[in-house]
Design a protein around this ligand. Sequence first.
Ligand SMILES: Nc1ncnc2c1ncn2[C@@H]1O[C@H](COP(=O)(O)OP(=O)(O)OP(=O)(O)O)[C@@H](O)[C@H]1O
Ligand SMILES: [Mg+2]
Length: 227
Amino acid sequence: MIELKNISYAYGTRLVLDHISVRFPEGKCTCIDGPNGCGKSTLFRILSGLIFPDTGSYLLDGEEITQKKLKQKAYMHAFYQKIGYVFQDSEAQLFTRSAEDEIAFGLYQLAYDPARIHEITEKYISLMDLNEVRHQAPFTLSTGEKKRTALAAVLAMDPKIIILDEPTASLDEDGQTWLIAFLQQLKKEKKTIILSSHQPEVIAALADHTIQINKHHQIVPNPENKA
Ligand SMILES: Nc1ncnc2c1ncn2[C@@H]1O[C@H](COP(=O)(O)OP(=O)(O)OP(=O)(O)O)[C@@H](O)[C@H]1O
Ligand SMILES: [Mg+2]
Protein backbone atom coordinates (compact mmCIF):
# COMPACT_ATOMS: atom_id res chain seq x y z
CA MET A 1 0.00 0.00 0.00
CA ILE A 2 1.23 3.46 -0.93
CA GLU A 3 0.40 6.50 1.11
CA LEU A 4 1.36 10.12 0.56
CA LYS A 5 0.89 12.32 3.60
CA ASN A 6 0.70 16.05 3.10
CA ILE A 7 3.24 16.11 0.26
CA SER A 8 4.35 19.44 -1.18
CA TYR A 9 6.86 19.96 -3.96
CA ALA A 10 8.24 23.04 -5.72
CA TYR A 11 10.57 23.47 -8.68
CA GLY A 12 12.51 26.46 -7.38
CA THR A 13 9.81 28.80 -6.20
CA ARG A 14 7.03 27.25 -8.29
CA LEU A 15 4.83 25.10 -6.09
CA VAL A 16 3.43 22.23 -8.18
CA LEU A 17 2.09 19.90 -5.48
CA ASP A 18 0.32 21.56 -2.58
CA HIS A 19 -0.26 19.40 0.51
CA ILE A 20 -1.30 16.25 -1.33
CA SER A 21 -2.57 13.39 0.82
CA VAL A 22 -3.65 10.23 -0.92
CA ARG A 23 -3.69 6.47 -0.50
CA PHE A 24 -3.32 4.02 -3.37
CA PRO A 25 -4.93 0.72 -2.44
CA GLU A 26 -3.13 -2.53 -3.13
CA GLY A 27 -4.26 -4.65 -6.05
CA LYS A 28 -6.43 -1.87 -7.46
CA CYS A 29 -6.17 0.60 -10.31
CA THR A 30 -6.15 4.27 -9.39
CA CYS A 31 -6.46 6.85 -12.17
CA ILE A 32 -5.24 10.41 -11.71
CA ASP A 33 -6.74 13.12 -13.84
CA GLY A 34 -6.16 16.85 -13.90
CA PRO A 35 -5.26 19.69 -16.25
CA ASN A 36 -1.89 20.02 -17.99
CA GLY A 37 0.71 21.23 -15.54
CA CYS A 38 -1.25 20.35 -12.40
CA GLY A 39 1.57 18.09 -11.17
CA LYS A 40 0.66 14.53 -12.19
CA SER A 41 4.07 13.62 -13.63
CA THR A 42 5.76 15.29 -10.67
CA LEU A 43 3.68 13.14 -8.32
CA PHE A 44 4.75 10.04 -10.27
CA ARG A 45 8.42 11.05 -10.06
CA ILE A 46 8.02 11.19 -6.29
CA LEU A 47 6.27 7.80 -6.20
CA SER A 48 9.08 6.28 -8.22
CA GLY A 49 11.85 7.76 -6.08
CA LEU A 50 13.32 10.04 -8.75
CA ILE A 51 12.64 13.18 -6.71
CA PHE A 52 11.72 13.69 -3.08
CA PRO A 53 9.01 15.84 -1.51
CA ASP A 54 9.97 19.13 0.13
CA THR A 55 7.56 18.43 2.97
CA GLY A 56 5.32 15.54 3.92
CA SER A 57 6.05 11.85 3.75
CA TYR A 58 5.85 8.97 1.32
CA LEU A 59 5.06 5.60 2.87
CA LEU A 60 5.39 2.30 1.04
CA ASP A 61 4.04 -0.67 2.99
CA GLY A 62 4.22 1.51 6.09
CA GLU A 63 7.87 2.46 5.63
CA GLU A 64 8.96 5.97 4.78
CA ILE A 65 10.85 6.25 1.47
CA THR A 66 13.71 8.71 1.73
CA GLN A 67 16.59 9.83 -0.44
CA LYS A 68 19.04 8.50 2.13
CA LYS A 69 17.55 4.99 2.01
CA LEU A 70 17.41 4.92 -1.79
CA LYS A 71 21.12 5.77 -1.95
CA GLN A 72 21.82 2.29 -0.58
CA LYS A 73 22.18 -0.08 -3.53
CA ALA A 74 20.39 -3.06 -1.98
CA TYR A 75 17.52 -0.88 -0.84
CA MET A 76 17.24 0.74 -4.26
CA HIS A 77 17.14 -2.64 -6.01
CA ALA A 78 14.42 -3.88 -3.68
CA PHE A 79 12.49 -0.64 -4.28
CA TYR A 80 12.65 -1.03 -8.08
CA GLN A 81 11.37 -4.56 -7.79
CA LYS A 82 8.36 -3.14 -5.99
CA ILE A 83 7.68 -0.13 -8.18
CA GLY A 84 7.94 0.21 -11.94
CA TYR A 85 7.43 3.53 -13.71
CA VAL A 86 6.53 3.95 -17.38
CA PHE A 87 7.35 7.57 -18.25
CA GLN A 88 4.94 9.85 -20.11
CA ASP A 89 7.69 10.40 -22.68
CA SER A 90 9.13 7.00 -23.68
CA GLU A 91 12.01 8.71 -25.46
CA ALA A 92 13.25 10.01 -22.10
CA GLN A 93 13.09 6.51 -20.62
CA LEU A 94 15.06 4.57 -23.22
CA PHE A 95 18.84 4.89 -23.20
CA THR A 96 20.53 1.63 -24.19
CA ARG A 97 21.63 0.47 -27.67
CA SER A 98 18.63 -1.66 -28.60
CA ALA A 99 15.11 -2.63 -27.64
CA GLU A 100 16.30 -5.96 -26.26
CA ASP A 101 19.11 -4.34 -24.23
CA GLU A 102 16.50 -2.03 -22.78
CA ILE A 103 14.55 -5.00 -21.41
CA ALA A 104 17.65 -6.79 -20.11
CA PHE A 105 19.24 -3.72 -18.50
CA GLY A 106 17.33 -3.75 -15.20
CA LEU A 107 17.79 -7.51 -14.90
CA TYR A 108 21.58 -7.13 -15.20
CA GLN A 109 21.43 -4.50 -12.46
CA LEU A 110 19.77 -7.09 -10.25
CA ALA A 111 22.65 -9.47 -11.08
CA TYR A 112 20.36 -12.24 -12.31
CA ASP A 113 22.22 -15.09 -13.99
CA PRO A 114 22.49 -14.82 -17.80
CA ALA A 115 20.12 -17.73 -18.50
CA ARG A 116 17.40 -16.12 -16.42
CA ILE A 117 17.97 -12.73 -18.05
CA HIS A 118 17.69 -14.36 -21.47
CA GLU A 119 14.49 -16.18 -20.54
CA ILE A 120 12.77 -13.08 -19.15
CA THR A 121 13.91 -10.88 -22.04
CA GLU A 122 12.57 -13.36 -24.61
CA LYS A 123 9.28 -13.57 -22.74
CA TYR A 124 8.71 -9.81 -22.92
CA ILE A 125 9.95 -9.46 -26.50
CA SER A 126 7.30 -11.99 -27.44
CA LEU A 127 4.57 -10.57 -25.18
CA MET A 128 5.12 -7.02 -26.48
CA ASP A 129 5.53 -8.11 -30.11
CA LEU A 130 9.03 -6.62 -30.39
CA ASN A 131 10.87 -9.41 -32.18
CA GLU A 132 11.13 -7.57 -35.48
CA VAL A 133 12.61 -4.46 -33.88
CA ARG A 134 14.64 -6.05 -31.07
CA HIS A 135 18.02 -4.93 -32.49
CA GLN A 136 16.94 -1.40 -33.39
CA ALA A 137 18.25 1.58 -31.45
CA PRO A 138 15.43 2.93 -29.26
CA PHE A 139 15.38 6.33 -31.00
CA THR A 140 14.54 4.59 -34.31
CA LEU A 141 11.47 2.85 -32.90
CA SER A 142 7.98 4.06 -33.67
CA THR A 143 6.02 5.69 -30.85
CA GLY A 144 4.04 2.52 -30.16
CA GLU A 145 7.19 0.37 -30.24
CA LYS A 146 8.90 2.75 -27.82
CA LYS A 147 5.94 2.53 -25.45
CA ARG A 148 5.91 -1.28 -25.63
CA THR A 149 9.69 -1.41 -25.08
CA ALA A 150 9.45 0.85 -22.02
CA LEU A 151 6.57 -1.24 -20.71
CA ALA A 152 8.51 -4.47 -21.32
CA ALA A 153 11.57 -3.10 -19.51
CA VAL A 154 9.43 -2.20 -16.50
CA LEU A 155 7.39 -5.41 -16.42
CA ALA A 156 10.51 -7.58 -16.79
CA MET A 157 11.39 -6.53 -13.24
CA ASP A 158 8.03 -7.95 -12.11
CA PRO A 159 7.11 -5.01 -9.87
CA LYS A 160 3.96 -5.33 -7.80
CA ILE A 161 3.15 -1.66 -8.36
CA ILE A 162 3.11 -0.23 -11.88
CA ILE A 163 2.91 3.49 -12.51
CA LEU A 164 1.97 4.60 -16.02
CA ASP A 165 1.98 8.26 -17.00
CA GLU A 166 -0.59 8.82 -19.77
CA PRO A 167 0.27 5.45 -21.34
CA THR A 168 -2.29 5.57 -24.14
CA ALA A 169 -1.89 9.24 -25.08
CA SER A 170 0.37 8.73 -28.10
CA LEU A 171 -1.03 5.39 -29.31
CA ASP A 172 -3.39 4.75 -32.21
CA GLU A 173 -6.77 3.14 -31.65
CA ASP A 174 -5.49 -0.44 -31.99
CA GLY A 175 -2.56 0.35 -29.70
CA GLN A 176 -4.91 1.84 -27.09
CA THR A 177 -7.29 -1.12 -27.23
CA TRP A 178 -4.36 -3.52 -26.86
CA LEU A 179 -2.87 -1.63 -23.92
CA ILE A 180 -6.19 -1.35 -22.09
CA ALA A 181 -6.74 -5.11 -22.46
CA PHE A 182 -3.18 -5.73 -21.29
CA LEU A 183 -3.64 -3.56 -18.20
CA GLN A 184 -6.97 -5.24 -17.44
CA GLN A 185 -5.06 -8.53 -17.41
CA LEU A 186 -2.50 -7.06 -14.97
CA LYS A 187 -5.39 -6.04 -12.75
CA LYS A 188 -6.59 -9.64 -12.71
CA GLU A 189 -3.08 -10.61 -11.58
CA LYS A 190 -3.65 -8.25 -8.62
CA LYS A 191 -0.98 -5.76 -9.59
CA THR A 192 -1.40 -2.30 -8.13
CA ILE A 193 -1.76 0.12 -11.03
CA ILE A 194 -1.48 3.88 -10.81
CA LEU A 195 -2.01 5.77 -14.01
CA SER A 196 -2.76 9.22 -15.29
CA SER A 197 -5.04 9.82 -18.21
CA HIS A 198 -7.17 12.53 -19.74
CA GLN A 199 -9.20 9.96 -21.68
CA PRO A 200 -12.59 9.11 -20.11
CA GLU A 201 -12.75 5.78 -21.98
CA VAL A 202 -9.39 4.70 -20.53
CA ILE A 203 -10.45 5.72 -17.03
CA ALA A 204 -13.82 3.96 -17.42
CA ALA A 205 -12.15 0.75 -18.62
CA LEU A 206 -9.54 0.57 -15.87
CA ALA A 207 -10.13 2.71 -12.80
CA ASP A 208 -11.31 1.25 -9.52
CA HIS A 209 -11.17 4.78 -8.25
CA THR A 210 -10.07 8.18 -9.49
CA ILE A 211 -8.20 11.12 -8.06
CA GLN A 212 -8.55 14.60 -9.43
CA ILE A 213 -5.83 17.24 -9.06
CA ASN A 214 -6.86 20.81 -9.86
CA LYS A 215 -4.96 23.69 -11.46
CA HIS A 216 -4.05 24.90 -7.96
CA HIS A 217 -2.08 21.64 -7.52
CA GLN A 218 -4.41 20.31 -4.84
CA ILE A 219 -6.52 17.18 -4.65
CA VAL A 220 -10.14 17.90 -5.46
CA PRO A 221 -12.14 16.85 -2.40
CA ASN A 222 -14.31 13.91 -3.33
CA PRO A 223 -15.62 11.21 -1.00
CA GLU A 224 -14.80 8.66 -3.73
CA ASN A 225 -11.13 9.66 -3.51
CA LYS A 226 -10.87 8.00 -0.13
CA ALA A 227 -9.21 4.63 -0.52
N1 LIG B 1 12.27 20.11 -14.01
C1 LIG B 1 11.39 21.11 -13.93
N2 LIG B 1 11.79 22.38 -13.66
C2 LIG B 1 10.91 23.39 -13.54
N3 LIG B 1 9.56 23.25 -13.66
C3 LIG B 1 9.11 22.02 -13.93
C4 LIG B 1 9.98 20.88 -14.08
N4 LIG B 1 9.23 19.81 -14.34
C5 LIG B 1 7.95 20.23 -14.35
N5 LIG B 1 7.88 21.55 -14.10
C6 LIG B 1 6.66 22.36 -14.03
O1 LIG B 1 5.83 21.82 -13.03
C7 LIG B 1 4.47 21.89 -13.40
C8 LIG B 1 3.85 20.51 -13.28
O2 LIG B 1 4.44 19.69 -14.27
P1 LIG B 1 3.99 18.17 -14.47
O3 LIG B 1 4.78 17.66 -15.61
O4 LIG B 1 4.08 17.48 -13.16
O5 LIG B 1 2.46 18.35 -14.87
P2 LIG B 1 1.42 17.30 -15.46
O6 LIG B 1 0.19 17.38 -14.61
O7 LIG B 1 2.07 15.98 -15.60
O8 LIG B 1 1.09 17.92 -16.90
P3 LIG B 1 0.69 17.19 -18.29
O9 LIG B 1 -0.78 16.81 -18.19
O10 LIG B 1 0.92 18.25 -19.31
O11 LIG B 1 1.58 15.99 -18.46
C9 LIG B 1 4.45 22.48 -14.80
O12 LIG B 1 4.13 23.84 -14.71
C10 LIG B 1 5.87 22.28 -15.30
O13 LIG B 1 6.27 23.30 -16.20
MG1 LIG C 1 2.50 14.80 -17.18
